[in-house]
Design a protein around this ligand. Structure first.
Ligand code: ZN
Length: 451
């Protein structure tokens, strides 16, 4: 996490040599907000700063402040700052600050008094000490959008550092750390694992190698092979493996559903390529189609979003075409939720519908108590009706693309379903080869990150 490290290097200097800044009249920041999804190493980073600067580290979680008894939270804040002042220079780390720091008055029924008192106490304490007492507060959150604006004012948490999921290079370095005490077969390079895990956080990677080690032990092997790594990746992403269904009508239906996703994903040019299709249940899912995500952290085009909508519709479309409208199942529930979410964003955030280039979304983009209700009123009832119509049109368009592909490729779909029921898993390469015997498969450009 080179960017985050760069920014925080300065905090270490603040703690170690504050005079370098005060000499030229610079005000030392009091608070730094680390923003990023869970598991990306925000706590570790804060600890590392304290360690590097050689100062004490006080840590508390936002959820610990919010107790059932009135006044406990506020007194905890007072105690924490008292202890910190006695030990200055030092670093205070507040994890999950959104648990106390939410926008005041945003809850149902006037908000949570206890939480508000705690937040007020925190603000008072932060204002109460001067910048050069040598106390720096680092707070972590994955929801900066819900924080009370008073927290983000100058003199409080006025610096934000983004801590995101690591890129390829970052994953490689993290894996090297966690692989130190593991036995890995010599033919596996850590780079292969890093390439296999886009989107994984540091915690996911640690978890992945541990799961792979457990599988290795269970299979009584000397060292983990790519087999264990791949199984562990699936497990971390999609949950525990279940027992496959016996061949039955519902297994056939699930097979058609998954092949539906995979064939639409394969034949729509702008869709990510299929990695594998499987009928081995995991977590809630009875079957799964995996796609290889493009790791380029760039922009997403309208065509790509449309392709994803069509791909997500592929499952339901196959059920309809093969079994008829009366036999469609609840299996597409998650797919439809995804489709609706994407279509709504296309209309309200990205100006990709007939409503034109307008942003019609609230600030948070999510319905949140209080805040979300207010942002709803930003457009008229008439616009709301139009939005719904556009969302429906986009979803229906994707649905029609998917149904057409299923109709046009019924022969290969039947063959793939038989093969899937027999083998339980088909990998992407084999899937594409079989489809290519029947129809032209579009080339897909995959961005390969360089080390
Ligand atoms: Zn599905």
């Amino acid at each position: 996490m080179d960017e985050a490290k760069e920014e925080l290097q300065e905090v270490v200097t603040f703690l170690k040599q504050p005079e370098r800044f005060t000499a030229v009249g610079a005000r030392i920041p009091k608070g730094v907000l680390l923003v990023g999804p869970p598991g990306t190493g925000k706590t570790l980073l804060a600890k590392a700063i304290a360690g590097e600067a050689g100062v004490p580290f006080f840590s508390i979680s936002g959820s610990e402040f919010v107790e059932m008894f009135v006044g406990v939270g506020a007194s905890r804040v007072r105690d924490l700052f008292k202890k910190a002042k006695e030990n200055a220079p030092c670093l205070i780390f507040i994890d999950e600050i959104d648990a106390v720091g939410r926008q005041r008055g945003a809850g149902i029924g006037g908000g949570n008094d206890e939480r508000e008192q705690t937040l007020n106490q925190l603000l008072t304490e932060m204002d109460g000490f001067e910048g050069n007492t040598g106390i720096i507060i680092i707070a972590a959150t994955n929801r900066p959008d819900v924080l009370d604006s008073a927290l983000l004012r100058p003199g409080r948490f006025d610096r934000q550092v983004t801590v995101d999921a690591p890129d390829l290079k970052g994953r490689l370095r993290i894996l090297e750390v966690h692989a130190r005490n593991k036995k890995i077969a010599p033919e596996i390079s850590i780079e292969t694992i890093a390439r296999r895990t886009p989107g994984f956080t540091g915690a996911d990677l640690a978890n992945l190698l541990n799961e792979a080690a457990i599988l290795t032990a269970r299979r009584r092997k000397e060292a983990m092979t790519m087999l264990e790594i791949n199984d562990a990746v699936d497990r971390v992403v999609a949950g525990m493996e279940g027992t496959p269904l016996v061949d039955s009508k519902s297994k056939r239906l699930i097979a058609y559903h998954e092949v539906g996703h995979a064939i639409v994903g394969t034949l729509v040019k702008d869709h990510d390529p299929v990695q594998k299709v499987t009928l081995v249940p995991r977590g809630q899912a009875q079957g799964l189609t995996w796609f290889t995500p493009n790791e380029e952290q760039g922009l997403t085009t309208r065509a790509q979003l449309m392709a994803r909508i069509a791909g997500a519709m592929g499952g339901r479309a196959a059920e309809e075409e093969v079994f008829g409208d009366a036999e469609v199942t609840t299996g597409a529930g998650g797919d439809l939720q995804q489709v609706t979410g994407m279509a709504r964003q296309m209309v309200t955030r990205f100006g990709m519908s007939d409503l034109g280039p307008l942003s019609l979304a609230g600030q948070t983009g999510e319905v949140f108590l209080g805040g979300g209700l207010m942002s709803r009123a930003e457009y008229s009832e008439a616009i709301a009706t139009k939005i719904d119509a556009q969302v429906r049109a986009l979803a229906e368009h994707g649905h029609q693309i998917a149904r057409q592909i299923i109709r046009d490729n019924r022969a290969v779909i039947d063959r793939l379903v038989d093969l899937l029921i027999e083998k339980e898993t088909i990998d992407g390469e084999e899937f594409r080869q079989i489809v290519a015997e029947y129809t032209e498969v579009p080339e897909k450009e995959q961005f390969v990150p360089q080390l």
